[in-house]
Every structure is written in C-alpha cells, then in structure tokens.
Design a protein. Sequence first.
Length: 119
Amino acid sequence: MGWRILADATMVLHFTFVAFVVAGGFLAWRWPRAIVPHLLAAGWGLCIAVFRFNCPLTWVEDRARERAGSAGLDGGFIDTYLTGVIYPERYLVLIQLLAATAVAVSWAGLAYRVSARPS
C-alpha cells in the first residue's frame, strides 16, 4: 500500500511540476520572486525535452509502481499520461511549441510589468 501511495503522490507532483514549467512564469507577475524557481524548472524541462534527460520523478514513480506489484511506466511521464491521452501523439511538437510560447509570454509580461513599475 505504501509504494502505491508513493507512486500516486509522485504522479501528482509530476503533474504539478509540468504545470509550473508551463505557467509558473505567470505566477511571477504577482510574486516576482517566483521567477527564480520557474527559471530552474523551465531550464530542467527544456533539458529533458531537448537532451532527453531522465527525470528523477519518473524514476521514483516507476520504481514505486514496480514495488507495489504494478507494471512500471512504459515510457516517460509525458509519454504515459499526456501524449495520446490528453492530446494525440501527432500534436506533440505543437504542444511543446505552445508550452514554450506560454513560457516566453509569461517572461515577456513579467519584464514589462517590472519595467513599467513606478520607481
């Protein structure tokens, strides 16, 4: 039971992390200090997408599922829970471009908000 809870909690944490990578820059509009963890998260997300690094959260979830007696993940987190489930596989590149656009817009908006602040 404990391994299953760890696996499910890791999955939820992973969804939260992916959401933060995509939309965390918008949080910095309200809380500018959030930009530092967002830069780190977005950088890690970029490295995973471009260089195919293995995500430690995927590893933890996979091992916990195996120890709980379930099959491990067939692929990475995105491959298992998003691609082919939330959006068709043929749209993966489009989704990645939309996510990158959301990050860029959030950063541009933050830069504008910071520069437009009265001194």
